[in-house]
Design a binder for this molecule. Structure first.
Ligand SMILES: [Zn+2]
Length: 360
């Protein structure tokens, strides 16, 4: 039996409400787990699913990476993510950033930093992974006081920063039977709630510097997070300067659209990016596109996308787009709104992403 969504949903809400957090790390871990669940949906909804701890660590690091950039070009203020402004995870990323000679973090996704400074990345990664196992992964399911019941994965072996213990457990955690499928199904509801709590925590942790209330939600999770100038250039050069959705020629105003909405899957890789006219981009917003669009984006070809991404030193993430498409469309209910084109939204029709013959 897959896990009951209502019960799991209540447990996740309890994680959100479980007392004051001293840092945002539990929230980052939970958002990373939700994204990984969407990309790992098994064919059998009731299956156990292993989550690789290296992957999980990469995802947590990627979330904090863009959040390290200063609030504005002028003041160089970096927002605190823990009450005392310190923490192994954030400090490791600051050190990694010092190894990367880039003028702006918005111009350099962490995957590019990994290529530019592999040793520094590896050092940071090891520190972050051990810390995640010791604290947020170990404590995530402790809601309320007293003894706790694991509802996502077994955390009994966690709680110490030991490379040996991690290796002994296969460098992974295992989502209990049915949990992955249910997490993926709940992700569209739960992920925004965790991000809202994250914004709220950061606001509390930085009260002294945020009195005028700049839009930190946008700073942490908005479109300002990353500069898509380089992907836009290479997409126009290779695929033409036209809207991917309606084919309109793009003259003065050109948007870069995340085919699978960033809010859903957090994928900035080139495989998930297309050029769009303002009208299509605005009307599509955070709605899931018709599966045929995703298939057309993937049909540009992994070799082509990987090569173009390499040219601009940008991540491709082709495999992630494939995996997330499968997870998103196979777990959402039939009533889910689907974007078919400008101002044309209708409920989801099922597609099988294993087959490539789906027409609009
Ligand atoms: Zn268009």
């Amino acid at each position: 039996m897959p896990t009951d969504p209502l019960t799991l949903g209540q447990q996740l809400v309890a994680v959100l409400e479980g007392g004051r957090r001293t840092s945002t790390y539990k929230l980052a871990v939970m958002v990373a787990l939700l994204d990984l669940a969407v990309e790992s949906v098994p064919d059998d909804p009731s299956a156990e699913v292993p989550i690789d701890l290296d992957d999980l660590t990469d995802r947590v690091m990627a979330q904090y990476w863009t959040q390290l950039r200063p609030l504005s070009e002028k003041d160089h203020v970096t927002l605190r993510q823990s009450r005392d402004g310190r923490g192994v995870v954030f400090d490791a990323l600051v050190t990694l950033r010092e190894h990367c000679s880039t003028p702006s973090l918005r111009e350099m996704p962490i995957e590019s930093a990994k290529l530019a400074a592999p040793e520094a990345y590896s050092v940071a990664h090891t520190k972050v992974k051990k810390n995640l196992v010791r604290y947020p992964l170990h404590l995530l399911q402790q809601v309320g006081t007293g003894s706790h019941e694991c509802f996502l994965y077994d955390d009994a072996w966690m709680g110490k920063a030991s490379t040996r213990a991690i290796a002994d457990h296969g460098n992974r955690l295992v989502l209990f039977a049915g949990v992955c499928h249910t997490l993926a199904r709940l992700a569209p509801l739960v992920k925004p709630a965790f991000q809202l709590a994250w914004v709220d925590d950061v606001r509390h942790m930085n009260r002294d510097i945020l009195d005028d209330g700049p839009d930190i939600a946008d700073h942490l999770f908005g479109t300002e997070r990353v500069s898509l100038t380089r992907p836009a250039g290479i997409l126009a050069e290779h695929f033409g300067n036209d809207c991917f959705y309606c084919n309109a020629h793009l003259r003065t105003s050109r948007h870069v659209d995340h085919v699978l909405p960033w809010s859903r899957v957090g994928i900035d890789g080139l495989a998930n990016l297309v050029l769009a006219c303002p009208s299509c981009n605005t009307s599509k917003s955070d709605v899931l596109p018709a599966p045929a669009y995703v298939i057309r984006a993937l049909d540009r070809g992994q070799d082509v996308i990987d090569a173009l991404a390499g040219e601009i030193r940008w991540p491709s993430q082709y495999g992630r787009v494939e995996a997330a498409s499968h997870g998103l469309y196979s777990t959402q209910p039939d009533t889910t709104p689907i974007w078919l084109g400008a101002k044309h939204i209708q409920p989801l029709k099922r597609v099988d992403f294993g087959r490539w013959d789906v027409e609009l």
